[in-house]
Design a protein around this ligand. Structure first.
Ligand SMILES: [Zn+2]
Length: 116
């Protein structure tokens, strides 16, 4: 076994060990960042009517996206998906719709939704 092969094996083992150690932190980070985003969006005023969007609207937008993602996964078994999350928020006061992309640089940005 050449030195290069040994190095490659060590690198692969290192990646597996590191991934196993880091996974709980990655999961915790994603849970916390989702919770912070939900709180921030819930407090954000609707750009059209100025009323706070509220937690129920944000939670339901997130849940809709998760159901959509589940549907996409079921339709594409065995495929490693690369999809961008998209929450469609509806203001409970004026029914304006907004799109939130949690993975973008400014996740709390409210973009006008399809029916806005
Ligand atoms: Zn509104």
């Amino acid at each position: 076994m050449g030195l290069r092969r040994v190095a490659l094996n060590l690198a692969a083992m290192g990646a597996v060990v590191l991934g196993t150690i880091c996974l709980p932190f990655i999961v915790a980070f994603s849970v916390v960042s989702d919770a912070l985003l939900i709180r921030r969006l819930a407090r954000a005023p609707c750009p059209r009517c100025g009323v706070a969007l509220g937690r129920p609207a944000v939670e339901s937008a997130r849940q809709c996206w998760q159901e959509e993602l589940r549907r996409i996964r079921l339709q594409n078994p065995g495929v490693r998906l690369r999809v961008i999350g998209k929450w469609e928020l509806v203001c409970a006061n004026c029914q304006s719709t907004y799109v939130v992309i949690p993975s973008c640089r400014n996740p709390a940005t409210l973009r006008p939704g399809p029916a806005a």
